[in-house]
Design a protein around this ligand. Structure first.
Ligand code: S3P
Length: 174
C-alpha cells in the first residue's frame, strides 16, 4: 500500500558536491527528522569506504549495493531525509523506488559554479572523477542533468545559501 504523502521520505538528488548532505542535514533538523546519507550507509553496511569499494570490487558492484540499499530504505523507512550519491539516480530501479515511495528534490547548481566552487573540494575524494579530464567531467555533468531533471521538484542553488535551500524544501512540502 502507498505511503501517505506526509510520511514519505524526502530524497535529495543531484551532482557530486552539490550540497545534498549539508542541505539534507539542515532539512532534517528543521523537521525534527532523521537524516540518512546513503553513501555513509553503504560504507557502514559494507565496512569499507567508497573509494575502497570502487578499487577492490569495482563500480558495477558499488552500483548494485547502492541500488539495493536505496530500495530497502525507500520501502522500509518513513519520515527520513535521504541524500543519494550523484550516480544513484541514473539507475532506473532507483528512480522508480524513489518516485513511488518518496518526495524527490533535485538540487541543481550551474556547471560554471560547480566547476569553480565545488570541484576543487571533492576532486580527490570521488573515484568517478579520477583520471578524467575537465572536458570529460563536463560531459558527465550534462549527461546526468537529464536523469536528475525527470519528474520532480528542482531547487536552484546558484544564488542560495544551504540554509535558504533547506527552508525552500521545508516550505514546499507543507
Ligand atoms: C558518485 C557520487 C558519490 C558517491 C560515489 C559515486 C557518482 O556521491 O556515491 O563516489 O557517481 O556521482 P556524492 O554525490 O555524495 O559525491
Amino acid at each position: 500500500t502507498a505511503i501517505p504523502l506526509r510520511e514519505r521520505n524526502i530524497i535529495l538528488i543531484g551532482f557530486m558536491g552539490a550540497g545534498k548532505t549539508t542541505i539534507g542535514q539542515l532539512v532534517a533538523k528543521k523537521l525534527y527528522r532523521d537524516f540518512i546519507d546513503v553513501d555513509a550507509e553503504i560504507e557502514r553496511r559494507q565496512g569499507m569506504s567508497i573509494p575502497e569499494i570502487f578499487a577492490q570490487k569495482g563500480e558495477a558492484y558499488f552500483r548494485k549495493v547502492e541500488r539495493e540499499i536505496i530500495i530497502d530504505l525507500c520501502t522500509k523507512t518513513r519520515l527520513k531525509i535521504l541524500s543519494l550519491g550523484g550516480g544513484a539516480y541514473l539507475q532506473e530501479e532507483v528512480r522508480r523506488a524513489c518516485l513511488a515511495h518518496g518526495i524527490v528534490f533535485f538540487l541543481d547548481l550551474s556547471w560554471d559554479q560547480w566547476k569553480e566552487e565545488r570541484l576543487p573540494l571533492i576532486v580527490d575524494s570521488r573515484p568517478v572523477l579520477k583520471n578524467k579530464t575537465l572536458e570529460e567531467v563536463e560531459q558527465l555533468f550534462f549527461q546526468r542533468q537529464s536523469a536528475y531533471a525527470l519528474h520532480h521538484s528542482r531547487v536552484v542553488l546558484n544564488e542560495l545559501e544551504a540554509e535558504q535551500a533547506a527552508q525552500q524544501i521545508v516550505e514546499s512540502i507543507k
